[in-house]
Design a protein around this ligand. Structure first.
Ligand code: ATP
Ligand code: HSE
Length: 323
């Protein structure tokens, strides 16, 4: 369960009193997620999400994330909208943590992924890329290639306990990715802008098979659009046995291109971008696996699911034959 910080009732009442959203009726910790503490806050007027920012979020960057969500929501993208307090401020402090209240999004994430989900996610991602264009403030990808070596170093001593040879395999992948990444040497740069950066199934809500919205923008950043697609190809297009599902991947790319066609350089870069995305989530999962105490109220995700993805994408020739 991802509730790292308890909120005393008197502090909650004082905090909510700063907003014009009614009186708090209940506030329950939400079991899902691994990054932040999330609560379903029910007031006399409506349901909201209360988030206390924990681990990987740099508090100085919170105004950028909240501003992006506000901007995208104003352009019609269905995503949580930060709620301003009576002074017009969307970011506060609660129980010693940075905290914000956002609107509650109806729907549920798909427990069983079907091909049409993938097409809908592709289209929604492309709309996010298009609609984010007027949000000009940039945020460097703090989980991009520049961060991977030090993450790997922090796992180096104990990583092979998870699987023998794992660290050497990641070292080898990084040596391949480094010079092959867009913008390196003669490699072309790609179209870039605001990306979600973590568009996994548990961050996309559906109602009756229709996509109802996107949540969790706290890894959003300014990066190659095609890298966002590469992240979601990893997250959505493998089954439970970590077998690649080309039907899902084709549907995702089709959905994406119904809004924003990929150019030739983006298509050619997809294998290395997908390899990099596999390394990124393998590393963060590995770090969490090695550093989460057994009695913690959060269940770390299995890093080896991403080793399977990494191996798959490393064997793909460019351009991907299934596109
Ligand atoms: N705006 C929202 N509307 C409705 N439910 C929400 C909203 N935001 C979060 N939730 C609920 O809280 C859960 C966890 O939220 P979120 O994914 O943002 O947490 P996280 O700790 O950042 O997780 P992750 O591991 O995906 O990074 C979601 O799966 C969803 O059930
Ligand atoms: N979506 C990530 C967790 C949040 O960073 C994962 O599944 O590894």
């Amino acid at each position: 369960m991802a509730v790292y910080t308890d909120v005393p009732p008197d502090e909650l009442a004082k905090f909510v009193g700063g907003y014009d959203i009614g009186e708090p009726v209940s506030c329950h910790g939400i079991a899902e997620g691994v990054e932040n503490s999330n609560f379903l806050l029910r007031t006399t007027r409506a349901d909201f999400i209360l988030t206390l920012y924990e681990r990987r979020v740099n508090p100085d960057e919170l105004p950028w994330f909240l501003g992006l969500m506000q901007y995208l929501a104003q352009r019609g993208l269905s995503c949580p909208r930060p709620v301003a307090d009576r002074a017009g401020v969307t970011l506060g402090t609660l129980a010693g943590r940075p905290a914000a209240i956002t609107t509650f999004l109806q729907g549920a994430w798909p427990r069983r992924i079907e091909v049409p989900h993938c097409e809908a996610v592709g289209a929604a991602m492309a709309r996010l890329h298009r609609d984010g264009e007027g949000y000009t403030a940039q945020r460097r990808n703090s989980m991009g290639p520049a961060a991977w070596s030090s993450l790997l170093d922090s796992c180096r001593a104990t990583g092979d306990q998870v699987q023998s040879g794992l660290i050497a395999e990641i070292d080898d992948a990084l040596a391949f990715i480094g010079p092959s990444w867009p913008g390196q040497g003669a490699r072309p740069v790609l179209p870039r802008g605001q990306i979600h950066g973590d568009l996994f199934p548990d961050n996309v809500f559906f109602i009756d098979g229709h996509l109802s919205g996107l949540i969790d923008f706290y890894f959003a950043c300014t990066d190659w659009f095609a890298y966002d697609l590469a992240i979601s190809l990893n997250a959505w297009c493998f089954d439970e046995t970590v077998t690649f599902r080309p039907d899902r991947a084709r549907a995702m790319v089709r959905g994406y291109e119904s809004v924003r066609p990929l150019d030739a350089a983006e298509r050619a870069a997809l294998p290395v971008l997908a390899t990099g995305a596999a390394v990124r989530f393998l590393l963060t999962r590995l770090y969490d696996w090695l550093n989460t105490p057994p009695d913690a109220l959060v269940t770390p995700k299995n890093p080896l699911d991403y080793l399977g993805r990494l191996r798959f994408f490393r064997t793909c020739a460019a351009p991907l034959e299934w596109l």
